[in-house]
Design a protein around this ligand. Structure first.
Ligand SMILES: [Zn+2]
Length: 300
C-alpha cells in the first residue's frame, strides 16, 4: 500500500528545548523502551538523504542503513523529490526562518515550499511508523520550525517533552565552541520561552530538567511517561532500569550518538568550576527569570 493512503495515526514524542541540553541521550533512553523508537533529530533527514557522508547512529549513511534505507525507498516509491525537499528544508527548517514560517499566512512567503515540505514530512513519518511497527517515534529535533511542521501534519498524535538544562551549563558548553556565553544565555531564554508559548495548547506535554533525569533516570522517565500517557503497556511491573541501546538516530551530539553501549547518563557540571566567577554571576543575572521558573539554585 502506498504511504499516501496510510490511514494510521502516528504517535510522535517531540523532545523540545535548546541545543546541548542532553536530548540525544534522553532520546536514546526513551527509544530503548518497549514500543518506542529513537530516530534522533528528524529535521536532518532530508539533508542526510542527499549527503552520502552523513551517518546514522549505526555508522552507515542513510541509504546503507537497514532502517533508513527502507524509508528512503518508501519515499521514492511515493515520488518524493528528495533533492527538492532537502533544498526547501534547508531554507525553512532553521530557527532564523521561524518568523517567515509563522507569518506565512498573512505575508508573502514560502507557502508553496512549506506545503511541499509538509506533505513530504507526512509521508516520512508514515514510513517511520510503518517500518517501526507502530512504535512511538521519539524525535529530538528541538527546532521550532520543525515543531510547527509536526503540529500541522494530519494523522499525527503529537506529545511534547520539554527538556531543560541549566542555561549556565549550556552557555559553558557553547563557550568551548567559541560562542559567547552571554549570547547563548539569551538564545536559551528565547528558545525556552517560545517553546512554552508554542506548545501551551497541546493536551499532552511534560517538562523535565536534564539534571533531574541524570540523577534519577528511572524516576524521571516514569513521571514523564505518566504525564504524557505513554507508559508502555508491555512493561511487566514498574520500570526498573534505563538502557541506552544503539539506535538509528540521526543528528545530535556525535559523542552521545556514536558511543554505542558505552554511553552513560551522567551529570556534566564542570561549568560550576570552569566558568569565571564574573561570567557566572552575569549569566545568572541575565537568566534569572527562567532559572528561577525552572527551580535552579541561583548563587551556589
Ligand atoms: Zn542506521
Amino acid at each position: 500500500m502506498p504511504l499516501s493512503s496510510h490511514p494510521i495515526t502516528t504517535r510522535v514524542l517531540f523532545v523540545a528545548g535548546s541545543m546541548r541540553s542532553g536530548s540525544t541521550l534522553i532520546g536514546r533512553a526513551l527509544g530503548g523502551l518497549p514500543g518506542f523508537v529513537d530516530v534522533g533529530e528528524v529535521h536532518w533527514f532530508w539533508e542526510h538523504c542527499v549527503n552520502p557522508v552523513a551517518r546514522c547512529g549505526c555508522g552507515m549513511n542513510l541509504r546503507g542503513c537497514v532502517f533508513w534505507g527502507q524509508v528512503v525507498l518508501d519515499l521514492e516509491r511515493d515520488n518524493v523529490d528528495l533533492e527538492q525537499v532537502a533544498s526547501d528544508a534547508r531554507t525553512l527548517l532553521r530557527t532564523r526562518s521561524l518568523g517567515r514560517v509563522w507569518l506565512r499566512r498573512i505575508a508573502p512567503g514560502p507557502s508553496h515550499k512549506w506545503s511541499v515540505l509538509l506533505r513530504a514530512s507526512e509521508l516520512l513519518f508514515a514510513s517511520i511508523e510503518s517500518r517501526s511497527h507502530g512504535a512511538v517515534i521519539v524525535d529530538s529535533s528541538k527546532l521550532l520550525p520543525h515543531f510547527t511542521l509536526l503540529r500541522e501534519m494530519t494523522d499525527v498524535d503529537l506529545r511534547v517533552l520539554h527538556l531543560v538544562r541549566d542555561g549556565r551549563a549550556v552557555a559553558h558548553s557553547w563557550q568551548k565552541r567559541q560562542r559567547s556565553p552571554f549570547l547563548t544565555m539569551l538564545i536559551w531564554m528565547i528558545q525556552n520561552c517560545l517553546m512554552e508559548l508554542a506548545s501551551r495548547r497541546l493536551p499532552y506535554r511534560s517538562r523535565v530538567l536534564y539534571e533531574v533525569f541524570a540523577d534519577r533516570p528511572v524516576k524521571a522517565v516514569q513521571r514523564v511517561l505518566g504525564e504524557l500517557e505513554l507508559t508502555p503497556h508491555v512493561l511487566e511491573g514498574p520500570l526498573t532500569d534505563i538502557a541506552l541501546p544503539p539506535t538509528h538516530g540521526i543528528g545530535g551530539s556525535s559523542r552521545a550518538r556514536f558511543s554505542g553501549e558505552t554511553a552513560e547518563i551522567a551529570l556534566d557540571d564542570e561549568w560550576r568550576t570552569n566558568l569565571a566567577p564574573v561570567t557566572r554571576a552575569a549569566l545568572t543575572l541575565i537568566g534569572m527569570p527562567l532559572l528561577k521558573r525552572y527551580g535552579y539554585r541561583l548563587w551556589h
